[in-house]
Design a protein around this ligand. Sequence first.
Ligand SMILES: Cc1cc2nc3c(=O)[nH]c(=O)nc-3n(C[C@H](O)[C@H](O)[C@H](O)COP(=O)(O)OP(=O)(O)OC[C@H]3O[C@@H](n4cnc5c(N)ncnc54)[C@H](O)[C@@H]3O)c2cc1C
Length: 348
Amino acid sequence: MSSADVLVVGQGIAGTLMARELLRVGLEVLVADPNLLPASSQVASGLVHPIVPRTGGLTWRAAELFPVVQHYYHNIAEETGQFFFHSMPMAFVADTEQDCQHWKRAAEKLGAAWLQWMDELPEMNGRCGAITRQSGRLDMHALCAFYKAKWMTEGRYYHRAVLWDELRYEGGFWHWGRVKARYVVLCQGAHAQGQRPLELLPFHLTQGELLSLRVLTPDAMPSYIVKKKVFSIPLGDGVYRVGSTYDWNNLETAPREVTRETLLQQFRELVPDAGAVEVLAHDAAIRPTVGRRRPFMGPHPEHPQIFICNGWGSKGASLAPLLVPELLACMLRGTPVHPETDAAAYWP
Ligand SMILES: Cc1cc2nc3c(=O)[nH]c(=O)nc-3n(C[C@H](O)[C@H](O)[C@H](O)COP(=O)(O)OP(=O)(O)OC[C@H]3O[C@@H](n4cnc5c(N)ncnc54)[C@H](O)[C@@H]3O)c2cc1C
């Protein structure tokens, strides 16, 4: 029988950061994930930036998030000796008069506050827009793989799904086969939709696809992230991550030929001088998105020893370093989670 303080169910970015936080405060933690492919964190481009491109305004809690994000991933680099987060400017380019006005209006609306985050992109070849330096890319896939390998070596990793029917609460512990734990944290991403005990959570899942491209003449490419309809992120050695699409109707995880062509077309519009490219990979996964665009956090209303850590949408890389420690404080000290994230709101 393996006994622990906490069983973490699911090891995408949410489960990884949650398990890491629990271990850091000295708790005994077990992690279970059957690695159902493709998990959102395995595919995500890991972009971190404070801007809502549609409005040109700031993302939710940007002023609290961004000082924490850099610091958080820096701590992980110190702990592991590996850099999973890469700071990099990000330019939102516009090449029509209407789109240029969009960014000018955004700057006027926020005034001095906007200048804390963004600079105007100098007008060049008929292009304008905005650029932020509070941005970067988290290699979520590598981060999760690193901790998976470490926790397997430590004997705390189960390569199996945890199903609700297999869990039983008895004598102050949740029992799962030969494992028992005082608390369970549910971090199954999109796989939780419609599944007990989270069937009341209103996910509004989106499928997303992206490409990895080798640009054969990379001299024409910007050395930072650029975005218009799609983004292009330099990964080094002439390789770029290009994406991503949002599809609310097709929830298949097989990438589609038609999307590949659309992404290639939009990449050429974004970087017209890129020249010939070779497609190295084409990936798809389902984001755990929520209509209200806020994660689901906090204790399960019917099972107070179960905690919910889900609904990260397209922002797991930037939101998790702030919200996972908030969930930890809720577990350890009973501090309420942020009211907009409280999953209990969905229970009658
Ligand atoms: C194309 C695309 C691009 C994206 N780009 C970005 C981006 O630029 N920036 C950003 O921040 N986010 C991005 N995202 C979103 C990001 O991937 C998510 O916010 C985040 O990864 C969600 O993490 P998660 O841990 O909640 O879920 P997941 O990564 O899906 O992990 C859930 C894990 O739970 C496991 N699991 C499921 N059921 C069980 C069970 N019963 N028992 C045990 N384990 C189980 C699964 O195997 C999986 O490993 C993107 C997503 C996609 C698809």
